[in-house]
Design a protein around this ligand. Structure first.
Ligand code: Z5A
Length: 234
């Protein structure tokens, strides 16, 4: 099977993105899935994140999360997220996929659609043009949308940050902004069911991990159980 990222799924790696609101458990579940995949007879695994994942993109991340770009509006933010994504794709994601590795990425272009589009008010047509230019054919083979009540997610993020650490530019937005985000991610999943799967992120850590493993087994046979499973499913 040839995936959307343009590479052979099941016998090489795959491009898998994790999306959702604050504190949904993306970073935790990426670490768990990476450990699981590293114990399986499948392709090598790379974990990464957006904004970031490469030296230039990490520098852009600092400015975006500090909120210094906010005063220039959501379009300027979308352009900077895109600039970071271009470097990330060129220097990390595409080379890893070309080597046949699996890339697990914490946020990708659906976050631009949700944060700068649905919640930030940018025209979806504009964002879709930007996405086409920036992402090209390197679309995720699978996107896991970790869905959670935003009040619960924000409380988790706050508890993790600990006393005295200020909320970043996006965590500081009001609950209504985070509710729009949740709806936006669910709408993306509904519009692209062949790529996206919604995971109930309100379950326990272990239950979420098992739900993700079940989706992988169904959608990308071979990644968890070796190339023979992919051949059997073909
Ligand atoms: N952004 C954007 O606007 N446009 C874009 O195009 C892109 C991004 C790419 C990046 O922030 C920000 O950039 C982001 C969107 C915006 N908004 N913010 N803020 P980030 O990378 O710093 O943060 P994040 O992506 O929102 O992730 P997060 O807040 O770190 O959450 P998470 O990775 O989903 O959750 P976690 O760190 O795995 O878990 C949070 C805590 O909850 C932790 O203590 C866990 O142990 C706990 N947890 C996790 N799962 C569970 C369960 N199931 N039960 C109980 N407790 C749990």
């Amino acid at each position: 099977m040839i995936g959307r990222s343009g590479k052979r799924v099941g016998q090489g790696g795959a491009f898998i993105t994790f999306e959702g609101g604050e504190g949904a458990g993306k970073s935790t579940q990426i670490a768990r899935l990476a450990a699981r995949l590293r114990g399986a007879p499948s392709a090598p695994v790379v974990t990464t994140r957006e904004p970031g994942g490469s030296a230039k993109a990490e520098a852009i991340r600092e400015a975006l999360l500090a909120g210094t770009v906010k005063r220039h509006g959501p379009f300027a933010e979308a352009l900077l997220f895109s600039a970071a994504r271009i470097d990330h794709l060129d220097t990390l994601i595409r080379p890893a996929l070309a080597r046949g590795e699996t890339v697990l990425c914490d946020r990708f272009s659906d976050s631009t659609r949700a944060y700068q589009g649905a919640a930030g008010g940018l025209d979806p047509a504009l964002l879709s043009t930007l996405e086409r230019v920036v992402v090209g054919d390197t679309k995720p083979d699978l996107t896991l949308i970790l869905d959670l009540d935003p009040a619960v997610g924000l409380a988790r993020a706050k508890a993790r940050a600990g006393e005295g650490e200020a909320a970043d530019r996006f965590e500081a937005e009001a609950l209504g902004f985070h509710t729009r985000l949740r709806q936006a991610f669910l709408a993306i999943a509904a519009a692209e069911p062949e790529r996206c799967v919604v995971i109930d992120a309100g379950l326990s850590l272990d239950a979420v991990e098992e739900a993700i493993a079940a989706v992988l087994a169904a959608r990308l046979p071979g990644l968890l159980s070796g190339p023979e499973a992919a051949d059997d499913a073909a």
